[in-house]
Design a protein around this ligand. Structure first.
Ligand code: FES
Length: 123
């Protein structure tokens, strides 16, 4: 029921771990199931140069997290903000309907990490 891409990112997730010198951190919980994702970004000249994640969640959430961290690298903050749960799910070749809520985590944690970065810049 999962695509090849989902299975690949679930079995071999990219960018797992903490980023001690992150410029922005976003944490998002999924109200549907209680799973949690934490996303770290490193920003240089308005571009996301690195991203990492820690996800306590289902296989789809892990695949989504891995895909989001791959998608944002090299993007400007505005480009990254245009990544939606649909974009992520499409990049994974689709998610089963009952797992679509899992893709919220990635896009929402990313948005929060960017907000966190922008707030820190204003201080
Ligand atoms: Fe919780 Fe997928 S079941 S994020």
């Amino acid at each position: 029921m999962y695509t090849k891409e989902v299975m690949d990112h679930f079995s071999n997730p990219r960018n797992v771990g903490e980023m001690p010198d992150a410029d922005g951190i976003g944490t998002e919980g999924n109200p549907v199931c209680g799973d949690v994702m934490k996303l770290f970004i490193k920003v240089t000249d308005n571009k996301i140069v690195d991203a990492k994640f820690q996800t306590f969640g289902c296989g789809a959430a892990i695949a989504v997290s891995s895909m989001v961290t791959e998608m944002v690298k090299g993007k400007t903050l505005d480009e990254a903000l245009s990544i939606s749960k649909e974009t992520v799910a499409n990049a994974l070749g689709g998610l089963p309907p009952q797992k679509m809520h899992c893709s919220n985590l990635g896009a929402d944690a990313l948005r929060k990490a960017i907000e966190d970065y922008k707030n820190k810049q204003q201080k």
